[in-house]
Design a protein around this ligand. Structure first.
Ligand SMILES: [Zn+2]
Length: 396
């Protein structure tokens, strides 16, 4: 390599990700840096603290910038504190010292907002929410509008009968209601809303948001309708996700959080979510990929991002697909290890606990005689199986 011209900049860099201010407090960072002096580290943030980003090869950049002797990609995770005034700060360390740089980002798709006021659960607030959704109700069976609901608790078109009270609209038929198992109040709720959901609750303060499969909530947002199969104290509407009791184009946003893995027909559920959204309305959806079996009361389908997108059909326009902090791969690893440990006969647990990760990298079939494999109960194996098997036959 020849000596570069005297006016060659000390360093060049480019940020591939993020392109906009992330909507999340935790996000991926990816890019490259080219330096004249030997390169030591790249940190996300305005100072060289914490763990540096990982280096990756970037032969494309090396080929394009022959004047630079030191070229590397960088990749890692960062947090919102590393973004100041809409710029991601990086600190690049070379033989010649510490180089703080900033990367301008375009504005966020969902500007963060202070959490909108939420309220304790009271009969008065529950009744107010029922009044708010009442003009938008439709029969879940035939989709006829229900102009007299909740005063009239039958469908004028098909005769379907419902159970309405001032604080809960239960759209189940008695036969459907009998199929809902009694489960504990813990459910599968993710608890509080994240920064994106809070921004949407704020943005649509005068509109309507559907929390589809809301679980048990401790507080209520006046503009968020909680739909559940369970009649929790925070439930506004009892119905199945596959046949929603709302008119087409009712909601400004729909939240579906760790719910679509529990519905029997996720494609029907996704189509219903898109139907009840206004044109331009926002879908905010989380579905597990590598999470062990969990009932609450049933668990049918985990999803990849590709499958997740597919359930919302052709009218779904993707805005962002990423891993939330609550879906960090550590949850997958931790869930697998906890389920494996809990599924073992107690006598086999010490051997399992003393394994090192390096002990687990041989081909899977070489472990079949080990106690931590042999002593996994059939139920424990089904919970975390790489694959399940069914054998059946067509009824005669
Ligand atoms: Zn009807």
């Amino acid at each position: 390599m020849s000596t570069p011209p005297a006016d060659t900049p000390e360093l060049l860099f480019h940020l591939d990700l993020p392109t906009a201010v992330p909507a999340y407090a935790y996000f991926a960072v990816k890019g490259w840096v080219a330096t004249l002096a030997p390169l030591h580290a790249v940190f996300a943030g305005p100072t060289a603290t914490g763990q540096p980003l990982a280096f990756t090869p970037r032969p494309d950049v090396s080929a394009a910038l022959p004047a630079y002797a030191h070229v590397s990609g960088f990749v890692g995770q960062a947090t919102a504190s590393e973004i100041v005034d809409g710029q991601l700060h990086l600190t690049i360390i070379t033989d010649r010292g510490e180089h703080p740089v900033t990367c301008p980002l375009t504005p966020p798709p969902f500007p963060p907002a202070a959490p909108q006021t939420d309220f304790p659960i009271t009969p008065a607030l529950r009744a107010e929410k029922i009044r708010r959704i009442a003009p938008h109700l439709a029969c879940p069976a035939c989709k006829a509008v229900l102009p007299d609901a909740p005063a009239r608790d039958t469908c004028p078109a098909c005769g379907a009968a419902f159970q309405f009270s001032p604080t809960l609209l239960d759209f189940f038929s008695s036969a459907q209601r009998a199929t809902i198992p009694a489960v504990g109040a813990t459910g599968d709720s993710l608890g509080g809303y994240d920064e994106v959901m809070n921004a949407l609750v704020q943005r649509f303060a005068d509109g309507l948001i559907l929390d589809c499969g809301a679980g048990l909530k401790g507080r209520l947002h006046p503009n968020v309708i909680n739909l559940e199969i369970m009649d929790y104290p925070s439930t506004d509407i009892r119905a199945f996700n596959e046949s929603l009791p709302f008119a087409t184009g009712t909601f400004d946003a729909v939240f579906t959080l760790a719910t679509l893995e529990h519905v029997r027909d996720p494609f029907a559920a996704g189509a219903e979510i898109m139907r009840v959204l206004k044109p331009g309305g926002i879908v905010y959806s989380m579905v597990p990929l590598l999470v062990p079996y969990h009932g609450y009361p049933n668990h049918y389908y985990n999803m990849t991002v590709e499958g997740h997108r597919l359930v919302f059909g052709p009218s779904f326009e993707p805005l962002d697909a990423s891993v939330p902090l609550s879906g960090n791969p550590m949850w997958a690893l931790s869930g697998l290890l906890h389920a494996w440990h809990n599924g073992l006969a107690p006598s086999a647990r010490p051997e399992f606990l003393n394994l090192r990760i390096g002990d687990l990298l041989a081909p899977p079939l070489t472990y079949t005689d080990r106690n931590f494999v042999r002593h996994l109960t059939p139920e424990g194996a089904l919970e975390i199986a790489a694959m399940t098997r069914f054998i059946g036959r067509k009824r005669a």
